[in-house]
Design a protein around this ligand. Structure first.
Ligand SMILES: NC(=O)c1ccc[n+]([C@@H]2O[C@H](COP(=O)([O-])OP(=O)(O)OC[C@H]3O[C@@H](n4cnc5c(N)ncnc54)[C@H](OP(=O)(O)O)[C@@H]3O)[C@@H](O)[C@H]2O)c1
Length: 260
């Protein structure tokens, strides 16, 4: 990331769902390093506090944490109130959190299917809708949805269950529908489709080695962070509506045998 780009992320209020671990935590740690105020949303207070602690150590700033279960409409409503009452303007919402459900032979129960669909679609849409008034107070509002190459046309199921696959397709539709709904407003809707990722954190030494990885290595959380930063720092007259990140693993090498 060029200094000019990271400079433009300073002092932005950025809400991140699923911020307690994985990609959401990597986004929170990176964006806070670039000077953004990150609002950490997730189900586990302990996980959110741990990430807020790392951010404070690295930046000297304490991040706001908000309990959010995207599969529970009441929790979404409470979280949205906590955000809007503390932050009159929100610049970026990163819709990152949703439940993963792996492909398997045994039947899925209703709670699993509802958990996947409601976290990906119902809660993600309701939270986005509830934050629209505070986006209007921002000079550069963006909604970023973390999709998946799973949702691209003709991509196979591979490790994903049918409910997860369907929910990811739904999320791509949600991002595209929001983009159309928001025509004529300052808010952009961006969707980023990662392939299977190596789960690394800015706290790991491996993070610094990513720029020198060879073709054939798995994509990483850092590659998605860079894609998000690229998309939200584009001039306002264009929207990166959809960005697909490819790797030689074809997005399916979840066992990692192609790792560098
Ligand atoms: N990892 C990959 O290879 C990959 C590839 C393509 C796309 N993606 C997408 O990237 C995003 C982040 O994935 P990841 O790999 O970091 O994590 P992951 O292991 O799939 O975990 C999902 C994240 O979503 C949160 N979450 C799950 N259910 C939730 C709910 N009901 N309410 C609120 N948060 C909930 C989890 O938080 P808890 O700690 O509370 O469970 C966790 O932070 C997801 O949208 C995923 O589909 C990932």
């Amino acid at each position: 990331m060029s200094e000019q780009r990271t400079d433009s992320l300073k002092d932005l209020n950025i809400v991140i769902t699923g911020a307690g671990r994985g990609l959401g935590a990597a986004l929170a740690l990176s964006l806070s390093e670039f000077g953004s105020n990150v609002i950490l949303c997730g189900r586990s207070p302990e996980a959110l506090d741990a990430i807020a602690g790392h951010i404070e150590t690295r930046t000297g700033r304490r991040s706001k944490t908000v309990i959010l279960d995207l599969a529970d409409a009441d929790s979404v409503e409470k979280a949205a109130k906590a955000i809007t009452s503390n932050f009159p303007a929100v610049d970026v919402l990163i819709n990152n959190g949703m439940m993963w459900l792996e492909n398997r032979a045994d039947p899925y129960d209703a709670a699993e299917v509802l958990g996947v669909v409601n976290s990906a679609i119902t809660g993600t849409f309701l939270l986005t809708q509830a934050l629209l008034p505070v986006f209007q107070k921002s000079e550069r509002p963006d909604v970023v949805t973390i999709g998946s190459i799973t949702s691209l046309p003709n991509f196979g199921l591979h490790a994903a269950s049918v409910p997860f696959y369907a929910a990811k397709h739904g999320q791509a539709g949600l991002a595209d529908g929001l983009r159309q709904m928001l025509w004529g407003t300052p808010v952009r809707s961006i969707c980023i489709h990662p392939p299977w990722l190596r789960d690394i954190s800015p706290l790991d030494d491996e993070w610094e080695a990513v720029p020198s990885l060879s073709k054939g290595a798995l994509a990483t959380n850092r590659d998605v962070v860079e894609a998000v930063c690229f998309a939200i720092t584009q001039p306002r007259h264009i929207t990166i509506a959809s960005m697909v990140i490819d790797s030689d693993s074809r997005g399916i090498d979840y066992r990692g045998h192609l790792e560098a």
